[in-house]
Ligand binder design. Structure first.
Ligand SMILES: Nc1ncnc2c1ncn2[C@@H]1O[C@H](COP(=O)(O)OP(=O)(O)O)[C@@H](O)[C@H]1O
Ligand SMILES: [Mg+2]
Length: 249
């Protein structure tokens, strides 16, 4: 008899993770789990280790000790290319290819996966509508013909192109003007609640964290100083949580 395969509980799990870079302890004893359909925000000051934590998930980094699990196995056991196909990654410097159209930028991964042209085109149109850019108007434009906010929308569409179960976002709206940022935050929240992805979202902005996070994880100098719901964050007396809240008000 074979053992029943246990249902994958966590989409992403950090289990006692330590990371050193350039002789510094960047992450110290980090443990948490992210389940499908949940948005967790990693909140902390600059240098707290947020971006490094995300890079552990798509295996741009490997932990020095402990385990980062994605799906059913440790990142060290994943082929990095296959792992990354299941993970959308949105960063601040979105890095659209300037000589490719918006549609072509969005369907980068589907092209690598060998999707036929018709399927890619309909997927690009679907995603453009999803992020609020009418495809008739935007599909054939080039990145330089877009505002910063529109470029970030294309970045989100590109990350979602092959429908990955996991989405990593590293301060994706950080460089936008306040009004575009508020619009994108609201739309992003609606989008992720509809798509049921596991989302790990990095920010240093408390308001953004409270708007987007089902759960908030506070990193302080590489340690997990707090993990809890929005309500728990707002009433927590943990010193780093209080400091972040005070900076905000
Ligand atoms: N490749 C690296 N080599 C050495 N130190 C690094 C490297 N990458 C990041 N660090 C250091 O690790 C710490 C955390 O960086 P990072 O994860 O980028 O923080 P955050 O995203 O929270 O601002 C910082 O002190 C940073 O200088
Ligand atoms: Mg960072």
């Amino acid at each position: 008899m074979t053992e029943p395969v246990p249902a994958a509980e966590a989409a992403v799990e950090f289990d006692r993770v330590f990371l050193r870079l350039g002789g510094r302890d960047v992450l110290r004893d980090i443990s948490f789990r992210l389940i499908q359909g949940e948005t967790a925000v990693l909140l902390g000051r600059s240098g707290a280790g947020k971006s490094s934590a995300l890079r552990l998930v798509n295996r741009l980094l490997l932990p020095d000790s402990g385990t980062v699990r994605v799906g059913d196995r440790a990142t060290s056991q994943w082929d990095p290319i296959r792992l990354r196909r299941g993970i959308g990654y949105v960063i601040q410097q979105i890095g659209l290819f300037p000589h490719h159209t918006v549609a072509s930028n969005i369907t980068l991964v589907p092209r690598l996966l060998g999707w036929e042209k018709a399927r890619r085109e309909s997927r690009a149109a679907e995603l453009l509508r999803l992020v609020g850019l009418p495809p008739e108007e935007f599909a054939e434009r080039y990145p330089r013909q877009l505002s910063g906010g529109q470029q970030q929308r294309v970045g989100v569409a590109r990350a979602l192109a092959a429908d990955p179960p996991i989405l990593l976002c590293d301060e994706p709206f950080g460089a936008l003007d306040p009004i575009s940022r508020r619009d994108l935050q609201r739309e992003f929240r609606e989008l992720t609640s509809r798509l049921a992805k596991a989302v790990l979202f990095v920010t240093h902005d408390v308001r953004e964290a409270l708007l987007l996070g089902d759960r908030i994880l506070v990193l302080e100098e590489g340690r997990l100083a707090f993990s809890g719901s929005r309500a728990e964050f707002e009433s927590s007396s943990t010193s780093e949580v209080r400091a972040l809240r005070d900076d905000e008000s």
